[in-house]
Design a binder for this molecule. Structure first.
Ligand SMILES: [Zn+2]
Ligand SMILES: [Zn+2]
Length: 93
């Protein structure tokens, strides 16, 4: 079996469905994947049902909070309240 090129149904990128993978899928009686490995792993994360949260301590008020992204080192981190307050403030400038 030659390698197959499949267009991802989600991001429309073409990815290689390799001979080796085809063999595994064939043995497990699975249909060829419709998503590229990237979308597949994102989907797997989503199906895990546990959104990744990062514990932060707000630089502004010192409260602990959780954010869905990894805070950058050296950058100001704000809790949800301070962040939305900041957003509201900048919107009216
Ligand atoms: Zn994709
Ligand atoms: Zn805060």
């Amino acid at each position: 079996m030659p390698d197959l090129e499949i267009t991802c149904v989600q991001c429309k990128r073409v990815f290689i469905f390799s001979e080796k993978e085809q063999e595994i899928f064939y043995r497990k009686n699975l249909h060829p994947p419709q998503h590229c490995p990237k979308c597949r792993s994102e989907k797997a994360v989503g199906e895990g049902n546990v959104p990744k949260k990062f514990e932060i301590i707000c630089d502004h008020c010192g409260r602990r909070d959780q954010v869905p992204f990894k805070p950058k080192v050296g950058r100001e981190v704000l809790c949800r309240e301070c962040h939305s307050a900041l957003m509201a403030r900048t919107r009216f400038v």
